[in-house]
Design a binder for this molecule. Structure first.
Ligand SMILES: NC(=O)C1=CN([C@@H]2O[C@H](COP(=O)(O)OP(=O)(O)OC[C@H]3O[C@@H](n4cnc5c(N)ncnc54)[C@H](O)[C@@H]3O)[C@@H](O)[C@H]2O)C=CC1
Ligand SMILES: O=C(O)[C@@H]1CCC=N1
Length: 256
């Protein structure tokens, strides 16, 4: 058995990445309804409507709008939210979700990231009831699923994993810009940076060796990598810690 009625409220960057993966994994598009103000098509076979349908509630209601929109959309979703409510909203706590959806059978907070589109994402979860097997199966299709039962850590998880791809892309860009500043053709530097970081991560994932140890393997004694690492080691850890702290603070603010 799997869900036959899934509604997505909002289908922007994040929810559409999740849906793309689920459809690629064989989810029947006829089981999906997207509610979005534009009414613009999402994927072949997926029903798109502008307003919440006056129909029996779906088994799974995914809330994919911005956290600031929750108060606007929730009142129109009371009849639709008697099954599982799955929220991907940054910052918004289970207690707040429960207040907005008092009739929900269960409420699950998930914090995905964009690579879920390829099944290579991360999804952190916390919920007010055990996660139903059908939902667990869907989440598993997205990538690494980590249950984070202490909800007070969710803002930090959101900073690390939810926002993390943006931080990683910044590093790739910095690598490319650094290469261009040294005279490389910018387009070529971008290709080199992306392929280098992609390859390095693939190796780290496949190898099981901690990334710090892999870095040491690249740095020959007395060689040039060490010179470069010495520069990064003057401040990268602190800068990234500040970056995550700032994002974590903002997640807490978004939660109200
Ligand atoms: N973008 C990301 O990488 C991640 C985003 N999130 C969370 O996902 C949620 C959505 O973020 P994004 O997809 O980035 O934003 P987005 O702006 O791309 O998508 C939000 C969508 O909601 C739609 N919308 C607005 N009002 C609506 C209404 N009344 N009914 C139905 N749909 C409505 C908008 O048209 C838009 O398509 C946020 O709560 C965010 O915290 C979580 C993890 C990662
Ligand atoms: O920037 C945001 O608010 C969301 C949360 C995690 C990724 N995007």
């Amino acid at each position: 058995m799997s869900f036959r009625r899934i509604w997505l409220i909002g289908c922007g960057n994040m929810a559409s990445a999740m849906l793309r993966r689920w459809l690629d994994c064989g989810l029947d598009p006829a089981h999906v309804t997207v509610v979005r103000p534009s009414g613009a098509p999402v994927a072949p076979g997926v029903r798109v409507v502008r307003d919440v349908p006056d129909e029996p509630a779906p088994e799974l209601l995914l809330i994919g709008v911005k956290p600031q929109m929750l108060g606007d959309v929730a009142p129109g979703l009371q009849a639709a939210s008697t099954g599982i409510v799955l929220s991907i909203l940054a910052g918004t706590k289970l207690t707040s979700l429960r207040a907005h959806f008092p009739e929900a059978g269960s409420i699950v907070r998930a914090m995905p990231n964009l690579p879920v589109a390829l099944g290579k994402g991360v999804v952190a979860t916390v919920s007010d009831a055990p996660i139903a097997p059908d939902l667990a199966r869907l989440l598993d299709q997205l990538g690494l699923v980590e249950h984070v039962p202490d909800e007070t850590l969710f803002d930090a998880v959101t900073a690390l994993a939810g926002s993390g791809p943006a931080f990683a892309y910044r590093f790739v860009d910095a690598l490319a810009k650094g290469g261009a500043a040294l005279g490389l053709d910018p387009a070529q530097a971008s290709r080199l940076a992306l392929a280098t970081v992609g390859g390095a991560l693939a190796l780290a994932r496949g190898d099981g060796t901690p990334p710090g140890e892999l870095a040491e393997r690249v740095a020959s004694k007395g060689g040039s990598t060490r010179e470069g690492l010495n520069v990064l080691d003057t401040g990268l850890d602190d800068l990234v810690a500040e970056c995550l702290a700032a994002a974590t603070r903002r997640n807490a603010e978004l939660g109200g």
